[in-house]
Design a protein around this ligand. Structure first.
Ligand code: FE
Ligand code: FE
Ligand code: ZN
Length: 276
């Protein structure tokens, strides 16, 4: 069975996201841990989170995916900028323990001219400072489009980070279909080849979640503009092959398409049908 959901707003709390997911026909979802600019997060209401934990279990949800604010940069140029990113992520991970055993996805960072090697080093150092042996959350590096100085547009870059993290068992990867296509991996004509390459470089056992998006731009464009399913350059047929691929079976698929809730409900229903 396909586990699929979409990005939801966390403004009404945790349990409300779970109920909203059910209304949309989802059995997973993604949310930002705080507003995208990375400001202070709301205090956790233990009763609210406990209600979500019960809902997830009762409805056999796949792991849910918390997404770090996309402005956080573990490999920024300024030390205080990096320290802010570290503190925010560490705080997010402490909060995630209220919902044990889920995923925390983040954009590895942008090296902003310091070079890929320096970027990778800073990211791995930060993760070594943040991760703790007793956390139950798995932290996911997202595959990126390779826009500007983004780290993570090549599978090799993600592998390099993973290799340098001491608590490697706390780490995984989230594959974004729009990003990998924009990054030049041809999931339209050669999904098998791309997954074989992922397995060779990173290892498929590291792949924990999929961001299911169409792309406004063609293969290799390095742009990162998401499109609705079937309205972009990847297309419904290729995305159907993604949800049906045996190597990806059982993973949570999250839509990050430019939709309001009714659009998400339609895409969830469509992809469930396509996956049959
Ligand atoms: Fe993302
Ligand atoms: Fe994504
Ligand atoms: Zn994106």
């Amino acid at each position: 069975m396909l586990h699929i959901g979409c990005h939801l707003s966390s403004s009404r709390g945790f349990a409300a996201m779970g109920r909203q997911a059910l209304e949309l026909g989802a059995d997973t979802f993604q949310f930002f841990t705080r507003n995208p600019r990375g400001s202070r997060a709301k205090d956790i209401d233990p009763a609210d989170v406990a209600a979500l934990v019960v809902l997830l279990k009762e409805h056999s949800f796949a792991p849910i995916v918390a997404h770090a604010p996309y402005t956080l940069n573990l490999c920024g140029k300024e030390a205080d900028n990096r320290a802010f990113a570290r503190e925010t992520m560490a705080d997010d991970l402490r909060r995630m323990e209220f919902v044990p055993g889920q995923y925390y996805n983040f954009h590895p960072g942008s090296h902003v001219g310091q070079g890929m090697e320096a970027g990778i080093t800073l990211i791995a150092e930060s993760l070594n400072a943040i991760l703790t042996p007793d956390q139950t959350t798995t932290v996911l590096l997202e595959t990126m489009a390779g826009k500007g100085s983004e780290v993570g547009g090549r599978f090799e870059e993600l592998r390099e980070i993973l290799d340098r993290v001491e608590l490697g068992e706390k780490m995984g990867v989230c594959l974004d279909t729009c990003h990998v296509s924009d990054g030049g991996y041809d999931i339209i004509h050669d999904l098998d080849g791309v997954l074989t390459e992922f397995d060779r470089v990173i290892g498929l056992h590291r792949l924990k979640a999929i961001h299911l998006n169409d792309s406004k731009n063609p293969l290799g464009a390095r742009k990162d503009r998401h499109a609705c399913i079937g309205e972009g350059e990847i297309g419904l047929e290729a995305l159907t092959r993604v949800v049906r691929h045996p190597a990806l079976r059982g993973l949570p698929f999250c839509l990050e398409t430019p939709n309001e809730l009714p659009g998400y409900a339609k895409e969830i229903a469509l992809m469930r049908k396509q996956a049959e």
